[in-house]
Design a protein around this ligand. Sequence first.
Ligand code: ADP
Ligand code: MG
Length: 257
Amino acid sequence: MVEAFAVASGKGGTGKTTSTLALGMALATDYDVTVIDADTGMANLLFHAGLDDVDITLHDLLLTDCDLPASAAVYERFGMSVVPCGTSLADFEAADPTLLRDIVADLATDTDVLLLDSPAALGSKSAVLPIVLADRVVIILQPTVPSLSDGLKVQEYARAYGTATGGIIFNRVRPDEDVTTIAEQATRYFNGKTLATVPESDAVRMARRAGKPLLAHAPETTAAGAFRSAAATLDIHDGDAIGVADRFRNAVVPERF
Ligand code: ADP
Ligand code: MG
C-alpha cells in the first residue's frame, strides 16, 4: 500500500519542513514512512533531520547523467526513511526536476506513506511537481486571511490535477490570535478538515537548532501533541503501490512552466 502527501503552503517559512517531519514521525509508529525534501530550490530538511553532512542527496539523483539508484539518497533516521536535498544553487540549476517523478515512483514501491516536503510558490516546474504527483495535499497555514488566501490557491491548483485536500494545519499560532473565526472560514473554503492548531513554540525552534525533528527533540510538548493528533486524523488510504508508482512515472508535468 502507499499514499503520497504533498506538504505545501503559499509562502515559505510557514513550517512545511517542521510539519513534514513531525507528521512523518507520528505516522511512523504505524506505517513505513518515507520523507522526501522535494523543496529542491530552498531545501532545509537536511538541517531539521541532522543530515547536513551526508554525501549523496536528492540533488545528485536529479542530475541527468546520474546512474545512482534512488536508495543511494535514503537515510534511516528517527524511524523513517529520509531523502534530504542539498542546498547548492549550482546543483539546483543543474537538476532536472522532472526526474523527481521516477525517483518518487521508485520509492513508492517500498513504503506505506510518502511525504513530499514541497516548495512554497507555484511558479515553476519543480514547485508544482509534488502537488501534481501527490494523492493528497496537507496545507500549512498561519491563522491570517492572507495566509488562508495563499492556501486556497494551493488547493485550487492541487484540485486541477486531481490531488485532494488531506487537511490544513494552522502553525505558529500565538496566544493572542483568535483562531476560531479564521478556522470557521477555513472549514467553509477548504475541502479537508483542520488537522491541528500548532502553537508558536520555543521547542520547535530548539529542535531545528538541535538538528532533530520536534517529535524526537521534545515529544511531550503541546506542539508535538498537536502534530500527533493531526497524523491520527489523516486516516491513511490503502493505495495500490504499483498503480501509484505508475501514475507518478507517467505524470504529465504542466507544460506552461
Ligand atoms: P518551511 O519549510 O515552510 O520554510 P520550516 O519548517 O523550516 O518552514 O520553519 C521555518 C522556521 O520557523 C524554522 O526555524 C522553524 O524552527 C520555525 N518554526 C516552524 N514552526 C514553528 C512553531 N510552531 N513555533 C516556533 N517556530 C517554528
Ligand atoms: Mg522547508
